[in-house]
Design a protein. Sequence first.
Length: 205
Amino acid sequence: MQAFTSLTGIAAPLPKANVDTDQIIPARFLKSISRAGFGKHLFANFRFKDGGSENPEFILNQEPYRRAEILIAFENFGCGSSREHAPWALMDFGIRCVIAPDFADIFHNNCFKNGLLPVRLPRAVCEQLMEDARLGGNARLTVDLERQVVVRPNGEEIPFEVDPLRRHLLLNGLDDIGQTLQHATAIDSYEARQRASQPWLNGSL
């Protein structure tokens, strides 16, 4: 999993609450268990018209937000079904951080498992950051996980909190499997002792 330490990038304002996972990645596109390829379908119902052409009014179809790495939204982002494809689609599009007042629990957990940083900030602060984001590509935000601050274009630092374990895992690029593999030597030693003391479990007798 790609580590997240500090990110400076273009932020896209999405002034919507209750953005659910079917809006993030509609169910009709869930045809693969690979994490790649979902970015082109991110927010498909918003980004594209019925005929398949782009909706020029949607923020991610506008410059410079086509290259957004940060998304700012309102309350209850990621509600709805528990599909892990939602963070996959955001990541595949290029978004590494979502800032909102709060997140649906399962989506919040899935973000950390996939290298996407969800940052909780009060709605009033999110509104300020959206105003910053509307200034375009020259108004980049910095999200510093090591220091746990969001830095506005004017230099103001806004603190946020992340669970210490999740912060450690994200800083080091460790998903559940990576966390387990940190103990690979101990696991190998245990399995070797088990094979020696209980060979019948391994079909050795």
